[in-house]
Design a binder for this molecule. Structure first.
Ligand code: UD1
Ligand code: UDP
Length: 383
């Protein structure tokens, strides 16, 4: 901790690298900025937070990275490591090495990591080995499928984290069930709410002024499906991928399907013999879009089909039913609320789930992800 006159400053290094982490970090960086302004103006709160941002480079296309920094006004990263497009071991290893170098220079009080990517695990491990406190945002999520790289990343990250910020009651329960033992008050398990809810609430108030995507795609006042597919278990299995795209093609015969396609999926589709006819306004495969476009698509869609973690929740935030193109989900509460259904990758199951879910009305007053104050609840823990 740095003492500056009578003011105490806490230094936090934030590690991000993948698209969903930019969106989550945007909410927390905003909260940090607001807190610092309040301290400067009223000196009501003793601590200011000095945030240093490290971008590992895991996601690097303009529309997978830069667009979020611009639209969401995330501070420019202090360090950019440019590490991407490698196998898991190489990617995580190189990130570990480079993040350690940054931490040795910066000497922060805390390192904050998000979610379950290779950037998350590398950041947590580098910090822990240097005895720096690790704060894990989106802690406690479990799919109970160790075949997923994300499950490995999140379990290992949780295990070495000091402050485990859980978005939901389920996440807290998952950690308690794993028998976390306190030593000198750590690890601290706190239910904070979900930072993606903070982001959705804030940015949706002005997304329409910044996006014309619904009009550009000629979807105004039309029912359409919003779909994303990128999960390794789907993209790396040609049978699953064929089934999913077979189902999407069928659905597009009765309702347009908009697919902002992840570069991972784009690359794989171009290497396997999966013929996707150019269906004009039926199957609309477009490049990944920015956050404002995504919110506008969410506001206007009839239903979401996805294997994304974040998009399942966002469907709920915008009161849209969701069909999950996976065999399980970490967001169990959505299944219990019957607003989301697990369809897996079987063509028939996806079509049946789509038919079942498309008329579902979502009650808007259910609150399982907090009230948009998750970021404030997280930064309160920086002491
Ligand atoms: C990663 C995360 C996953 C998360 C997803 C969010 C891991 C293990 N996986 O998966 O949990 O849901 O991000 O989107 O960390 N690529 C590009 N341009 C980019 C980004 C990626 O071409 O801007 C290509 C890479 O070169 C690589 C492929 O996409 O060939 C996969 O990228 P990678 O970061 O390894 O994993 P994701 O599938 O994006
Ligand atoms: N997203 C976006 N543009 C897109 C696709 C997704 O802004 O073209 C946003 C989406 O709204 C959500 C986040 O990216 O906020 C989810 O990221 P992704 O699906 O890549 O990762 P996951 O949540 O599965 O880890």
């Amino acid at each position: 901790m740095l003492k500056v006159g009578s003011e105490r400053r806490v230094k936090v290094v934030t590690i991000v690298g993948a698209r969903p982490q930019f969106i989550k970090a945007a909410a927390v960086s905003r909260a940090i900025k607001a807190r610092n302004i309040m301290v400067a103006k009223y000196a009501k709160e003793e601590r200011t937070i000095n945030e240093v941002i490290v971008h590992t480079g895991q996601h690097f296309d303009t529309n997978m990275s830069e667009v979020f920094f611009k639209e969401m006004q995330i501070p420019t990263p202090d360090y950019h490591l440019n590490i991407n497009s490698m196998n898991h071991g190489a990617m995580t290893g190189r990130m570990l090495e480079k993040i350690e170098e940054v931490l040795l220079v910066e000497k922060p009080d805390y390192v904050m990591v998000y979610g379950d990517t290779n950037s998350t695990l590398a950041g947590a491990l580098a910090a822990k080995k240097l005895h720096i406190k690790v704060v894990h945002i989106e802690s406690g999520l479990r799919s109970y499928n160790m075949g997923m790289p994300e499950e490995i990343n999140r379990i290992l990250t949780d295990r070495i984290s000091d402050i485990l910020c859980c978005p939901t009651d389920t996440a807290v329960k998952n950690l308690k069930n794993e028998g976390y033992v306190l030593t000198n008050d750590y690890p601290l398990i706190v239910k904070t709410g979900d930072v993606m809810q903070d982001a959705a609430l804030y940015y949706s108030t002005f997304s329409s002024q910044n996006s014309s995507i619904v009009k550009d795609l000629k979807l105004v006042d039309r029912d359409f499906v919003l779909c994303t597919v990128h999960r390794a278990e789907n993209t790396d299995d040609p049978i699953r991928l064929r089934n999913i795209f077979g189902a999407l093609q069928k659905i597009s015969e009765c309702m347009p399907v908009v697919i902002p396609l992840h570069p991972r999926t784009q690359k794989i589709l171009s290497t396997i013999d999966l013929l996707i006819p150019n269906c004009g306004d039926k199957l609309m495969i477009i490049k990944p879009v920015g956050y404002f476009d995504m919110i506008e698509l969410l506001k206007n869609t009839k239903i979401v089909l996805t294997d994304s973690g974040g998009l399942q929740k966002e469907a709920f935030f915008f009161s849209k039913p969701c069909v999950t193109l996976r065999d399980e989900t970490e967001w169990r509460e959505l299944i219990d609320l019957k607003v989301n259904i697990i369809a897996g990758s079987d063509k028939k199951s996806i079509l049946a789930a789509f038919n079942d879910m498309q008329y579902t009305i979502i009650e808007t007053d259910i609150n399982v992800y907090g009230n948009g104050k998750a970021a404030d609840n997280i930064i309160k823990n920086f002491k």
